[in-house]
Design a protein around this ligand. Sequence first.
Ligand code: CO8
Length: 254
Amino acid sequence: MGEFVRAERRGSVLLVTIDRPKALNALNRLVLDELSAILDEIDDARALVLTGGGEKAFVAGADIAAMADLDALTAHGFAAFGQSVLDKLEALPIPTIAAVNGFALGGGCELAMACDLTLASKTAVFGQPEVKLGVIPGFGGTQRLVRRVGSQRARELCFTGRNVKVDEAVQIGLALRACDDVVAEALALAEQIAANGPVAVQLCKRAILDNDGQPLSAALISERQLFGLCFATQDQKEGMAAFLGKRKAAFSGK
Ligand code: CO8
């Protein structure tokens, strides 16, 4: 267990908390290192929920104090490292849900977007305020924001750096829905997903993620290959037998 990031099993779900509330959970090298180490050891969890410690923030960004005096080469290296950790999160085989419980600014918004789904508390605030600091998003924000909310909206948010409150975040697709108790609702959603055939859920994720940006014809070839692969699993046999036998499926994840 690290100093700033902890992981706890809740049923089939791994709950990961970035817990550095004095700095609103800002991402420095150590926080990213600890998150990366946890992502390397997911074991048999069927879904992951990511949230922030304390009352105010999911993650208020990359650590500004740690970045202030960087030179160009070191800043490039820090961005590359942060991107690699967020890439690892995005590429996890299991579904991931960001439970955004307050500020998700800069690197925090980028972290949420590296998750498959984002649920938001009523107090959640999203944004890419980097231009206010004289820099641009560096943990994938210029790219994942375009994919999540569309090019024109992403440009507006990156150029202005303005805050996006929860209702607007839901309206533009930055968050799926607003929640009264975001962590509880994220865990419930994760358990709902975890009750389905685990291999099928993972292959759904693969089909969507790996084919992002591919021409439809190539993406459909990939989809049908992954569909065929489902028929090599015990979960497919069990799922269809359970339906035909009018009983609940007991998936093994094999
Ligand atoms: N980095 C470091 N410390 C932070 C950060 C941060 N991003 N955000 C908050 N803190 C610290 C504050 O300095 C303060 O510390 P202290 O108590 O020691 O003074 C503590 O957290 C509490 O914060 P505030 O007192 O400011 O709390 P408020 O409720 O008044 O304000 C805000 C909350 C509005 C969230 C405010 O803290 C804020 O504007 N934070 C910065 C938000 C921001 O600009 N984020 C983007 C950072 S840049 C970025 O993420 C780039 C990502 C790509 C990096 C590429 C690598 C090179």
